[in-house]
Write a protein that binds this ligand. Structure first.
Ligand code: FAD
Length: 277
């Protein structure tokens, strides 16, 4: 049951879920899935899109923004937009979850799974975790960050977070609060791609995309940190469109960050990645 609906930004909502009194076993970074077929209000769109696409609409994955030691389960969903002449089909599920889900509504979620997690022995592998996220890619990292701050006292974190504008920063206040509470263990570096006057937001807010210079500052010793990268990557739809047009696929956040990390000498085995298609 949806116990609370928290508006994080104009297009992003956290759904706090009450699942009964049993303690739920999941790892920070895990996701659950939500099947669009369960929503009667979506039924005509689901059927129409299935007719157009010629295949059944699959369940959508959502990472937990809550951490395993917290009382409630929560997911945080960013609404996908339909852009005329750019987006092939209107997004199906995220608009409903973000804009039309009310407290008290019931929904079926299936979980928990996914390889993008904080390993239980993480503290024996490093003392520095670098989070590199864009948009809703911060969701699993936010869970890992909260869990690690509470349970792995030897770990410090650098949280690099890219958004379009300051108002798009999900968990902005909570990240700020965590940084104040853990001054020696958490540093946050924001970068804004569509804001020209970032100085007014403070010294830890930069302009532009995540680039090599920003990552160099964040990483320190590339042989010692563990990097968790999460955000949009080149989707199978991008690849198909590029092939059809005879052009190279676009460079998206994930591929660009991975190339920069390689150039900076971070060993591949020290990088964990989650792709949000
Ligand atoms: C492991 C994982 C975890 C995730 N966690 C989160 C999270 O915590 N928060 C979050 O907000 N999101 C998360 N996502 C993304 C989420 O699963 C959905 O993809 C997102 O919400 C969009 O779903 P939708 O139904 O609104 O859009 P969709 O209907 O899936 O459409 C999305 C885009 O794909 C295009 N598209 C769809 N089908 C086709 C097709 N057949 N051909 C061409 N183009 C097509 C659409 O035009 C649109 O641009 C996660 C994804 C993964 C894989």
């Amino acid at each position: 049951m949806v116990a609370d609906v928290i508006v994080e930004t104009p297009d992003t909502t956290t759904l706090v879920l009450f699942t009964g009194n049993d303690r739920l076993e999941y790892l920070a970074g895990h996701f659950l899935t939500i099947d669009p077929h369960q929503f009667e209000s979506l039924q005509r769109f689901t059927s129409f899109l299935e007719d157009l696409k010629g295949r059944r609409e699959p369940p959508r994955a959502y990472s937990m923004s809550s951490a395993p030691h917290e009382r409630y389960l929560a997911v945080t969903v960013k609404e996908e937009r339909y852009v005329s002449n750019v987006t092939r089909y209107p997004p199906l599920l995220s608009p409903l979850l973000v804009k039309r889900t009310l407290r008290g509504m019931r929904l079926v979620v299936v979980g928990f799974t996914g390889p993008y997690t904080l390993a239980p022995d993480v503290a024996s592998r490093t003392n520095h975790i670098v989070h590199v996220c864009a948009g809703s890619g911060s969701v699993p990292n936010f869970s890992m960050l909260k869990f690690a701050l509470a349970n792995h006292p030897t770990l410090r974190h650098t949280f690099v977070y890219s958004n379009k504008t300051w108002d798009d920063v999900i968990f902005r206040d909570e990240l700020g609060r965590l940084a104040v509470q853990n001054p020696d263990r958490l540093k946050i570096l924001h970068t804004l791609t569509r804001d020209n006057d970032v100085a007014r937001f403070g010294p830890n807010v930069r302009k532009g995309r995540v680039d090599q210079a920003l990552l160099r500052d964040a990483i320190g010793n590339p042989e010692e940190c563990l990097v968790y990268v999460c955000g949009p990557g080149v989707s199978k739809f991008d690849l198909a469109a590029a092939k059809k047009a005879g052009s190279p696929p676009p460079v998206r956040f994930l591929e660009s960050v991975l190339a920069d990390l390689k150039a900076l000498g971070v060993p591949d085995k020290r990088i964990k990645r989650e792709f949000y298609g």
